[in-house]
Write a protein that binds this ligand. Structure first.
Ligand code: 5AD
Ligand code: SF4
Length: 474
């Protein structure tokens, strides 16, 4: 048993990160462990988790397990959790209740708890004390060892908690079962060293570790051969890519090399304004297959609050970067993240955020009420704003965000845009896909267009999506 430790998770040393290529191994007995059995996986949180679940699914299937959508049919239930805000916790606690109920009639079910929540000291202890029936608890650094843990649990029938707070290495060679045949997530780096004072990620995901350029490029080239249309390069802070490798090869170089593979669409998330270089902007502007869409988290429009958040840029510096991107990248859309109610945020600070939103008119923003995360510096900051006031601020902000989202979308009316058609829409009789600028479009089109980038004429615009019809299928 190995429990996480938040003090250890905070440590960053000069220890060289190792690229481990044969950590993931399946013995002959592991390869048949799941034959005739089913698993289901529930994923919470960001794209990084979604992609980890694609890895975990592949591992399960290499052991012979088959995927089911419903926990009632599963022999193994996997919860891949998120720790970013308290409400993510609440959802997972609800799921644990459902699984416990199911276990009353089907006691052989194995429950696996993984992801960022597992890395939290308090949660791991809670699972040990209050949920001893959760069979396997594993962290973000060692999920590739799942076959080992499953084999052990099947014989000992005892709870196994294996969560490491070490800084982490880069594990290559983990299999992947991608959810889509057309667009793929690619990790380019793991962890984060920014330590924004509100954020739990540097503790749950560890030290920043970049993958080697050649490993990333090989993955992209293989996807091109398989006919993939889009890749999204993933990292908590992708602009800092390569800084830990000392290769004098950064995000701008990587973007250019990925662009040269001729994959039709390249996206990347998430950017920290601090590391966004002019070189990066120039490369994005130069290559048509790097999408004109930038997610640029602001967090607050008040320099005082930004400093308390440890964001390391001022309002003016952010604004300057924003306009540089707008002016250099043709037709770019910019979205953001904003936290309201950070400890010490006064009415005036919040007004600065509103004023900046009025000026920058984002295409879209993800807005959150500050959520206290145990072990982060901000959890000790004095917070005098009431919950009610925070909710009012969020509502006021959202009103503006929605207004600008709609205004930005209105520019698309009657325009013809490229959309990668991904599959059926939630809207009856329509397909769905995204523009290069990341606008969701519900398209009237034949299913033969699924997986293709097609010309779509926009016929109606809404706050969150566009409607359109295919004008010229390729
Ligand atoms: N409370 C509220 N929002 C948070 N985020 C990260 N940590 C917290 C927190 N403790 C938001 C930030 C980040 C996004 C992924 O989640 O806006 O950019
Ligand atoms: Fe969290 Fe800041 Fe790192 Fe983003 S850059 S993951 S907000 S610490």
């Amino acid at each position: 048993m190995n429990l996480p430790n938040i003090k250890e998770a905070r440590i960053r040393t000069d220890k060289k990160v190792e690229i481990k290529r044969d950590e993931y191994q399946l013995s002959p007995s592991m390869k048949v462990l799941g034959v005739g059995k089913n698993y289901c996986i529930y994923t919470y949180g960001c794209q990084m988790n979604v992609h980890d679940s694609e890895n975990i699914s592949a591992i399960m299937e290499e052991m012979g397990y088959s995927k089911k959508e419903d926990m009632d049919e599963a022999d193994v239930i996997i919860l891949n959790t998120c720790a970013i805000r308290e409400n993510a916790h609440n959802k997972v606690h609800g799921m644990l209740g459902r699984i416990k109920h199911l276990k009353e009639t089907k006691e052989d079910i194995i429950t696996v708890f993984c992801g960022c929540m597992a890395q939290e000291e308090g949660i791991a202890n809670e699972l040990k004390e209050k949920f001893p029936w959760v069979d396997i608890v594993m962290g973000t650094h060692n999920f590739h060892k799942l076959p080992l843990y499953l084999e052990k649990t099947l014989t000992t029938k005892q709870q196994d908690i294996e969560v490491f707070s070490i800084e982490g290495d880069v594990i290559e060679g983990i299999p992947v079962k991608r959810d889509s045949k057309y667009k793929a997530w690619i990790n380019i780096m793991y962890g984060c060293d920014k330590f924004c004072t509100y954020c739990i990620v540097p503790y749950t995901r560890g030290k920043q570790r970049s993958r080697l350029p050649e490993d990333i490029l090989k993955e992209v080239k293989d996807l091109v051969k398989e006919g993939y249309q889009e890749v999204t390069l993933l990292g908590q802070n992708v602009n800092a890519y390569g800084k830990d490798l000392n290769l004098h090869y950064g995000m701008a170089n990587l973007l250019e090399d990925v662009a040269k593979t001729n994959i039709p669409r390249i996206r990347f998330v998430t950017s920290h304004p601090w590391d966004f270089t002019d070189d990066m902007i120039d490369i994005i502007a130069k290559y048509d297959n790097i999408m004109p869409y930038i997610h640029l988290p602001l967090q607050s429009g008040s320099t005082k609050i930004l400093q308390k958040m440890g964001r390391k840029y001022t309002k003016e510096e952010y604004r300057e970067l924003f306009y540089k991107i707008k002016n250099k990248i043709k037709n770019v859309s910019i979205t953001t993240d904003i936290i309201v109610g950070f400890p010490g945020e006064s009415k005036e600070d919040f007004q600065e955020t509103l004023d900046l939103v009025d000026e920058l008119k984002y295409d879209l923003a993800y807005t959150f009420i500050y959520s206290k995360r145990e072990g982060t510096p901000a959890s000790n900051f004095k917070d005098e704003t009431t919950e009610e006031e925070k909710k009012e601020r969020l509502a006021e902000l959202n009103k503006k965000i929605n207004q600008y989202a709609l205004e930005n979308n209105q520019k698309y009316l009657n325009k013809i845009v490229d959309v990668l058609i991904e599959g059926k829409s939630e809207k009856e009789g329509r397909l769905m896909g995204y523009t290069d600028t990341m606008k969701l479009v519900n398209v009237k089109a034949s299913e033969k267009y699924i997986g293709k980038i097609v010309k779509v004429k926009i016929t109606e615009v809404k706050t969150w999506s566009l409607d359109g019809e295919v004008v010229d299928g390729k």
